[in-house]
Design a protein around this ligand. Structure first.
Ligand code: DDH
Length: 306
């Protein structure tokens, strides 16, 4: 049975969504792709779909799945996310009743849990735009070359505070940078498909050195000296870890630093705060009635209404 107009949007424990979630779990393993998992790029898809929110105009956010259109999908900040959308396409075909906007956000929540991360509250009912007229303008997502002022400018616009900015940034425990997508190169932690607070620990303990890439971008790197010594023996290249300038900004800004320290020392606190702030991210711009149905009046297309 599929959800209908009179139904409250399914919750993750409902039988329909349990099937979709199980299908997402199955597709996470992608032996030929990156570090063997679609998980990190799916998390980034959900974040970029929601991170366009502007609290003063109440525009943007995960409702609509506007990234399917060139106007939003073609934002250079979204380079590479076509891979995430392609991973989910067979699931959309298998369960046509779920909207793209719900599928993209649900996939991130399922992936984070599956990668040993916290359980994140998720509610369905998002609708899909049927043209690009309501897509947010480009340029609302953060720029990794910048500093603390930029982070506040971007994330305060979404309605987040300093603690929430740091908690959200902990998602960089996952995945990597790709030269052909963002221009940056490398991963933040040694195991980029396991969710943890390692990002905060490494940020604090290492002496991050600026490195200029061939394309002119600057990032910060650290090469483990022990690994380097080991590699002489077994002939393996030591893997260089990286941080973006925006990651390093968390370390040097006193108000951000308080939370970097707390999250490095207390994994449970980080997991709790991350679960709360990621759930909040996915709900930005979504208005619901008292039973949880999405009631965004500017967007009545698609979804669970037929
Ligand atoms: Fe991020 N991120 N992110 N990020 N992000 C990149 C990769 C991933 C910034 C820049 C980049 C968040 C915040 C910021 C993930 C999740 C989240 C890449 C590399 C850049 C650049 C892209 C590529 O080359 O493929 C900046 C700047 C910020 C900031 O200013 C705070 C947040 C809030 C999240 C989140 O999920 C809550 C994930 C996951 C990835 C790894 C993607 C992959 O393909 O692997």
């Amino acid at each position: 049975s599929q959800p209908s107009a009179t139904n409250i949007p399914p919750t993750p424990s409902s039988p329909q969504l349990a099937e979709v979630s199980a299908a997402i779990v199955k597709l996470l393993k992608q032996p030929g792709y990156d570090d063997g998992s679609a998980g990190p790029v799916l998390v980034r898809l959900a974040w970029h779909s929601a991170g366009t929110y502007d609290v003063t105009t109440n525009t943007g956010g995960s409702n609509g799945a506007g990234m399917r259109y060139e106007k939003e999908g073609g934002d250079p900040a979204n380079a590479g996310l076509q891979h995430a959308r392609a991973f989910l396409e067979p699931i959309k075909r298998q369960f046509p009743w779920i909207t793209y906007a719900d599928l993209w956000t649900l996939a991130a929540v399922v992936a984070i849990k599956e990668m040993d991360g916290p359980e994140i509250a998720w509610r369905g009912g998002r609708t899909d735009f049927t043209d690009e007229s309501r897509c947010p303008p480009r340029g609302r997502l953060p720029d990794g070359t910048k500093g603390a002022d930029h982070l506040r400018w971007i994330f305060y616009r979404m309605g987040f505070n300093d603690q929430e900015i740091v908690a959200l940034s902990g998602a960089h425990n996952l995945g990597r940078c790709h030269g052909d997508r963002s221009g940056f190169e490398g991963k933040w932690v040694n195991n980029p498909t396991r969710f943890s607070n390692m990002y905060f620990k490494l940020l604090r303990i290492h002496d991050w050195k600026k490195k200029k890439l061939a394309n002119g971008l600057e990032q910060f790197v650290y090469v483990d000296k022990d690994l380097e010594a080991d590699s002489d023996v077994d002939g393996e290249e030591p893997e260089e870890l990286m941080m973006l300038p925006t990651d390093i900004a968390l370390l040097h800004d006193p108000a951000f630093r308080v939370w970097v320290d707390k999250y490095a020392q207390d994994k449970d606190l980080f997991f709790r705060d991350f679960a709360n702030v990621f759930a909040k991210l996915l709900e930005l711009g979504i208005r619901r009635d008292e039973v949880g149905r999405v009631v965004n009046q500017d967007n009545l297309d698609g979804g669970y209404k037929s």
